[in-house]
Design a protein around this ligand. Structure first.
Ligand code: HEM
Length: 486
């Protein structure tokens, strides 16, 4: 009798499972309990989530992952409307976000936070990221110095080996620029401590989403993964830097960097029963800048190098523009408006690489009904940015690398709405202006001082050789880099 009852209960729950998912919008086949988990644990990894095969389900595809329901939005208009809603601007929180990124069960920082604490931290971060020209140096100068040091080191490598290996090449300089903004210190790229930070960041970026983090009952009893351990150690490094800042912090002196600005805010709001500004919050906000701002920018720069090597005629056009407009003057953010072809080249690098192929997951806080679709409360939702950036209607011949598509007849920059490398809506990237300065100054400094070409002793360069994860990263490649005569 118990067996019969068990079998009936099982059949009923399977029927219920299929009735529920059939009442929702379509998606890849799934089975009870596991859903369509095979999609991200196959050899393709997260690439499956942005695959064109999902287009057959319409503007939005539903993917079941065990207890989770994920919606991938492939329709641009729909995505824009959805991501502008308050009820889609929250983030899912798992054990990882509460215990590893957060502190004692509390979600902190910007990337994973939601509601009022997120609004406050994001607003504060945005306001202060805008004029990150702290203390002695302007932001442009910090970026120029990092670009120049890297160029010198690559030219030396080229002189010794007749070619240069491009693999994680921009990671240290970009982390360094961020570290100077955050803590006004420069990390020595040859120092063991710096290599350690880079390895930890890399471990994090190479890790896959751990589905088990969504099982709050058993997760605390399982061992901490290497990538989570790396995050805890990165937080400790940042915490130590904050403690050092606290020792010689003078609230009446101008802030030296972001940490000082934040410490001033902690002092200002001290004693308030509702303050969200405290040391652990600062640790996570800084960590978020490193996690969101390092790999994204450095990978886009890696794409710039491979694309310049494949397209010497475009590189030459950029060089001529730089040569005629600013000569040997160090490139600055303000030159974006004068070096329009270089600006267009930077946009085209971002478009074709789609470095961040999808937004991070958002979570719905209420049921949404839109264009005949129903998205239940507590569903994960992400937008397929790569699809929008490669949309043939907005960008004719989308596979072609053609910076001129971003220039009108008068040579002015024009950007179609679908140009969304930084996402859109309420959670749009916070580091957009910083990233643009970094991309522009690095790209133009490289072209101003070097000629990048393909290495003749290697296989032809091909942008199809890349790995898709949280970011799309070109596989390591070799180029020749020769100095330009000034
Ligand atoms: C080329 C470089 C970059 C690209 C392509 C990029 C792209 C993105 C994208 C697509 C998102 C997700 C939006 C969403 O979930 O809806 C995001 C979020 C974010 N980015 Fe960037 N990003 C870049 C550089 C930076 C930099 C330099 C920083 C700051 C130091 C930064 C800070 C952030 C933060 C804090 C978030 C989370 C925002 C929130 O949840 O409210 N990013 N970025």
């Amino acid at each position: 009798m118990w067996t019969a009852l068990l079998v009936t209960a099982l059949i009923l729950s399977v029927v219920r499972y299929y009735r529920t998912i059939w009442s929702l919008c379509p998606g890849p086949p799934s089975i009870p309990i596991l859903g369509a988990i095979y999609l991200i644990f196959n050899s393709e990894g997260p690439k499956a989530l942005i695959d064109k095969s999902l287009l057959k389900y319409g503007d939005i595809a539903r993917i079941e992952f065990g207890m989770l329901r994920l919606y991938v939005v492939n329709g641009f208009e729909m995505a824009k409307e959805l991501f502008n809603k308050d009820c889609t601007s929250h983030r899912p929180t798992t054990w990882y976000q509460r215990e590893i990124k957060g502190f004692h069960g509390q979600v902190l920082g910007i990337i994973e936070a939601s509601g009022q604490p997120w609004v406050e931290q994001r607003r504060f971060g945005l306001k202060n990221l805008k004029d990150f020209g702290f203390g002695r140096k302007s932001l442009d100068l910090v970026i120029q110095e990092e670009a120049d040091l890297l160029i010198q080191s690559l030219l030396r490598e080229n002189q010794e080996k007749n070619e240069v290996l491009i693999a994680n090449t921009f990671n240290a300089p970009i982390v360094n620029a961020l570290w100077q903004i955050v803590a006004s210190n420069r990390l020595d790229p040859h120092d063991e401590a710096t290599k350690d930070i880079m390895e930890k960041l890399e471990l994090h970026f190479k890790s896959r989403m751990e589905i088990i983090d969504f099982a709050p009952l058993i997760r605390p009893y399982l061992p901490i993964s290497k990538s989570s351990q790396a995050i805890l150690e990165l937080k400790e490094i940042i915490r130590k830097e904050i403690l050092t800042h606290e020792q010689d912090f003078d609230p009446n002196a101008p802030p030296r960097d972001f940490i000082d600005t934040y410490l001033t805010e902690i002092k200002r709001t001290e004693g308030s029963p509702v303050t969200n500004f405290h040391r652990e919050q600062l640790v996570t906000v800084c960590l978020d800048f490193f996690l969101a701002g390092s790999e994204t920018t450095s990978t886009t720069l890696t794409w710039s190098v491979i694309l310049m090597a494949i397209h010497p005629e475009i590189q030459e056009k950029c060089y001529q523009e730089i040569h005629q407009t600013i000569g040997s003057h160090p490139p600055m953010t303000a030159h974006l408006k004068d070096l329009t072809y270089c600006h267009a080249t930077m946009l085209e690098v971002q478009r074709i690489s789609a470095t961040v192929p999808a937004t991070l997951p958002h979570i719905t806080t209420e049921e949404i009904r839109m264009d005949g679709y129903v998205i239940p409360k507590d569903s994960l939702i992400l937008a397929n940015l790569r699809l929008f950036l490669h949309d043939a209607k907005a960008f004719p011949n989308p596979k072609e690398f053609n910076p001129s598509r971003f220039l009108d007849d008068n040579g002015k920059i024009v950007k179609p709405d679908q140009f969304v490398p930084f996402g859109f809506g309420k959670r749009i990237c916070m580091g957009e202006s910083l990233a643009k300065s970094e991309l522009f100054i690095f790209l133009t400094s490289f072209i101003q001082k070097t000629r990048i070409g393909a290495s003749k002793s290697r296989e032809p360069l091909d942008i199809a050789n890349h790995t898709v994860g949280m970011t799309c990263i070109p596989d390591p490649f070799y180029v020749v880099m020769e100095p330009r005569k000034s």
